[in-house]
Design a protein around this ligand. Structure first.
Ligand code: SF4
Ligand code: SF4
Length: 399
């Protein structure tokens, strides 16, 4: 009999993170594998979530970081429903995704602020630290937010940039959100690149089979996008199949609002056609309103459906879930409230205050992309793209 001692380096700090963001049941798992047999997305080549449960119990961060299946899970809750130990693998997977996000993106303290209730006032202060100086700069001092003609619709404060004239409100939004967008794109591009390279190394994909970024985007990203748009994996879910439709509506809402924002940027910032536009007569406003209605429909359905699922024990709502849901709801309600308050005289003096609240919430939602479960927008897309790529390689060669 061998006397060799197998040394296991458990990472207890990683286990603590998993437990603190919703995966507190991870230690209950006793590896019966019921979950892997009921998971509708688990395959023979890469069964989950039983294996990931034991990796999570030991805090094997590197192995979890290199595992795309964590992102293929849509938290349908089928495994949670049948687990004899109530170890809630679906919820543990959600916390594993947060752990991976925390490891891949710089400025970890932001991740801590985003995923703990006590961090919320700090996040609001951070948003104000960025927004208020830009507001005071563009409005040449402290505007009166109880007077919409002072803030945000001051007709006298215009800035001439080259051949374009920008109202203070438009310049303020540009100065806040363009640098924020650049920051997010840079850190997420770096995180995606690290994630992809870890997958390549973990699956030991020979250099001869590694494709260029252009080929990956052309061949695999398109089909991954189509799958995401159709939500076909979501629809395989059993216990929480209700999530497919509202989640899809929310995705479409974000796409429409992204197109609307891009169009406003081109029309207002580049061509100088200044807002505010009439919500009843301007087509860009119609588009924005359709996006806003879909957003409210999707998010309200997700919140109410989730509450039902919690009662049925197929899903758990941890703080990171609740925070993102309520933040999106706040963005939707505050956006519509600006339009409504502008039209109703009794609310007119609240427009500046609502506008400021809306900017803060949009700022926090943007910044949630790298630091909250909202990161799944990018990381799940990457993992699904890798999944398609890897399946293709397996067809070409037995690796
Ligand atoms: S999570 Fe539950 S169902 Fe899955 S292996 Fe562990 S005890 Fe079994
Ligand atoms: S939540 Fe659903 S998709 Fe995720 S591991 Fe469990 S059964 Fe599979």
């Amino acid at each position: 009999m061998s006397n060799e001692v197998l040394k296991v380096d458990a990472d207890l700090s990683a286990v603590k993170v998993i437990q603190s963001v919703g995966g507190d049941t991870v230690k209950r798992c006793y590896q019966c594998a019921t979950c892997s047999s009921v998971c509708p997305l688990s395959s023979d080549e890469a069964p989950f979530p039983r294996r990931q449960m034991i990796l999570a119990q030991w805090g094997f961060k590197e192995r979890l970081l290199s595992d795309p299946s964590i992102w293929l899970c849509h938290q349908c809750g089928d495994c949670t429903k049948y687990c004899p130990r109530n170890a809630r693998p679906g919820d543990v997977f959600a916390s594993l995704r947060l752990l991976v996000t925390r490891e891949l993106v710089p400025f970890r303290f932001m991740h801590t602020f985003y995923n703990n209730l006590w961090g919320l006032p700090i996040l609001i202060l951070i948003a104000l630290m960025f927004i208020l100086p830009v507001m005071f700069l563009t409005f040449k001092g402290v505007p009166n937010i109880s007077d919409p003609v002072s803030f945000p619709y001051n007709p006298e404060l215009n800035y001439k940039l080259a051949f374009i004239e920008l109202p203070a409100r438009v310049l303020m939004i540009d100065l806040i959100f363009l640098p924020l967008a650049v920051f997010i794109i840079v850190i997420m591009a770096n995180a995606v690149s690290r994630m992809w390279n870890m997958y390549l190394d973990y699956y030991k994909i020979p250099v001869a089979y590694r494709s260029s970024w252009i080929t990956i985007i052309k061949t695999y990203l398109g089909p991954a996008f189509r799958e995401i748009l159709a939500h076909s994996r979501f629809e395989k879910c059993g216990s929480n199949s209700w999530r497919a439709n509202p989640h899809k509506m929310l995705l479409y809402a974000f796409i429409i609002l992204f197109i609307t924002t891009g169009t406003v940027f081109i029309l207002a910032d580049i061509l100088g056609m200044h807002t505010p536009w009439n919500p009843f007569t301007h087509p860009v406003k119609w588009l924005g309103n359709v996006g806003g209605i879909l957003l409210l429909y999707g998010i309200i359905s997700l919140i109410t459906g989730r509450n039902r699922a919690v009662l049925e024990n197929s899903l758990k709502t941890a703080y990171p879930d609740a925070f993102l849901l309520w933040l999106i709801l706040f963005v939707g309600i505050s956006g519509f409230s600006i339009e409504i308050a502008r039209m109703i005289p009794v609310f007119y003096n609240f427009v500046g205050f609502i506008y400021l609240c809306h900017i803060i919430s949009v700022f926090l939602l943007f910044l949630a992309i790298p630091y909250s479960k909202f990161s799944h927008l990018v990381f799940r897309t990457t993992a699904m793209t890798f999944d398609l790529y890897y399946k293709d390689i397996l067809k070409k060669k037995d690796l």
